[in-house]
Design a protein around this ligand. Structure first.
Ligand code: SF4
Length: 335
C-alpha cells in the first residue's frame, strides 16, 4: 500500500483510496433525550460511563491535530450533543483553533431554545435538526418526545441568526411517507433546507428500521414533478445530492446510502464520545485515541496515530450485502 503521508502536502490526510479526509464528525455524548425507534431501543441504559468520555481539553487536542492535518470542518453530534454540559465552551475553543473553518451541529433541537444564542456566539453558524414528522402524535410515536419543543428550538435558532438550518427527515415507508409535501411546505415557509435520508441497517434497531426502508429515487422523481425541482447545489461537506425549486429559494437534499451510495467521495471520519475514531459509518474499523491521550502521547505522536488510523479506512459500506454487520447504535457515532 502506498505511503499515506501525502508527499505533496504532508499536512493532508489521504486515505488508501485517494480520498482526502477534511471533515470530522465529533460525538460529544452517546446519551439522548429522545428514543427514536430506529436509533436507540426503548429503555436503553447501556451508555458510556462519564469517566470514559473525552474531556474538553482532550477533544481540543485531537481537533487541533486534525486541523493541522487539513481537517477544517467539524460537526458536533451525539446521541444528542446538547445534553453535554457547557457545550458552548467547547464550541468556543474549537472554533478558535487555527484551521477550523466550519463548526456545525446536528441536534434534535429539544433543548435548542435554551442554547441557541450561546452556541451561535461560540461559533456554531449552521445546524442540522432531526425532524421526522410535523404531526405531534406521530412525532411522539417515532421519538417518544414533544414536537412543540423542537419547533420552538428551530425558531430560536432562526432568531439568533443561525443559517443555514437543515431539516433531516428519515424517510420511512408506512410511517411518514405521506408527509413529504407538508415538510416541503414547512421548510419553504421557514427558509429551511430539507434533507430526506434513507434508513440504514445500523445497530439492532437500524435493522428493524430497514423494515420501513424507502428507496428515495422514487420519492425524488415524485417531488421533482410535484414541485418542479431542478438539480441544485448546497455548500457543505456532506453526502446529500440536492435539487431545488425552479422559482423558489428551497433546496431538497437526498441522502441515499442504499439506493445510490456516495462512498467514492467520502471525506469524513467520526470520533465517538469515548475517543474511538471510526473510519466508516458502515464498518467497524476504528482506533482508540483515549488510551493514547491518557498515556501522555505527544502532539506529533497523536498525528502519527491519526495517519495510521486513516490507513484503516475502508472503501465503502456493505449495508446491502451485510445488513446488521454494524452492531453499534447510531447514537454512538451520531450518523
Ligand atoms: S458509508 Fe463509510 S465510506 Fe461510505 S460515505 Fe459513509 S463513512 Fe464514507
Amino acid at each position: 500500500m502506498a505511503s499515506l503521508r501525502n508527499t505533496t502536502d504532508p499536512g493532508m490526510l489521504i486515505d488508501p483510496f485517494g480520498r482526502r479526509i477534511e471533515y470530522l464528525r465529533l460525538s460529544v455524548a452517546d446519551k439522548c433525550n429522545l428514543r427514536c425507534f430506529y436509533c436507540l431501543p426503548e429503555g436503553h441504559k447501556d451508555f458510556e460511563q462519564p469517566d470514559h468520555w473525552l474531556r474538553f481539553d482532550e477533544i481540543e487536542r485531537v481537533i487541533k491535530a486534525f486541523a493541522e492535518l487539513g481537517v477544517g470542518r467539524v460537526r458536533l453530534t451525539g446521541g444528542e450533543p446538547l445534553v453535554r454540559k457547557n457545550l458552548h465552551q467547547l464550541a468556543a475553543s474549537l472554533s478558535a483553533l487555527p484551521g477550523i473553518e466550519d463548526l456545525s451541529l446536528s441536534t434534535n433541537a429539544v433543548l435548542l431554545e435554551r442554547h441557541a444564542e450561546n452556541l451561535f456566539k461560540a461559533g456554531v453558524k449552521r445546524i442540522n435538526v432531526s425532524l421526522d414528522s410535523l404531526n405531534p402524535e406521530r412525532f411522539k410515536a417515532i421519538t417518544g418526545g414533544e414536537l412543540a419543543a423542537v419547533l420552538s428550538g428551530l425558531q430560536a435558532a432562526r432568531r439568533v441568526g443561525i443559517a443555514p438550518i437543515k431539516i433531516n427527515m428519515v424517510a420511512m415507508k408506512g410511517i411518514n411517507d405521506d408527509e413529504f409535501e407538508n415538510m416541503v411546505t414547512y421548510c419553504l415557509a421557514n427558509d429551511f433546507t430539507l434533507r430526506l435520508i434513507e434508513t440504514m441497517p445500523i445497530g439492532s434497531t437500524g435493522v428493524t428500521a430497514s423494515d420501513h426502508y424507502l428507496d428515495l429515487q422514487d420519492v425524488k422523481k415524485n417531488l421533482s414533478e410535484r414541485f418542479d425541482l431542478i438539480p441544485g447545489v448546497m455548500p457543505g461537506g456532506g453526502p446529500a445530492r440536492y435539487m431545488q425549486m425552479r422559482n423558489e429559494n428551497l433546496r431538497i437534499g437526498f441522502i441515499t446510502p442504499i439506493s445510490q451510495h456516495f462512498c467514492e467521495t467520502c471525506n469524513r471520519v467520526r470520533l465517538s464520545v469515548d475517543g474511538t475514531l471510526y473510519m466508516c459509518l458502515g464498518q467497524e474499523d476504528n482506533m482508540e485515541l483515549r488510551p493514547l491521550l491518557r498515556a501522555g502521547i505527544s502532539d506529533d505522536g497523536l498525528k502519527q496515530a491519526i495517519f495510521a488510523a486513516i490507513a484503516l479506512k475502508p472503501e465503502k459500506h456493505e449495508f446491502k450485502n451485510k445488513p446488521g454487520q454494524v452492531v453499534r447504535f447510531m447514537s454512538m457515532t451520531g450518523g
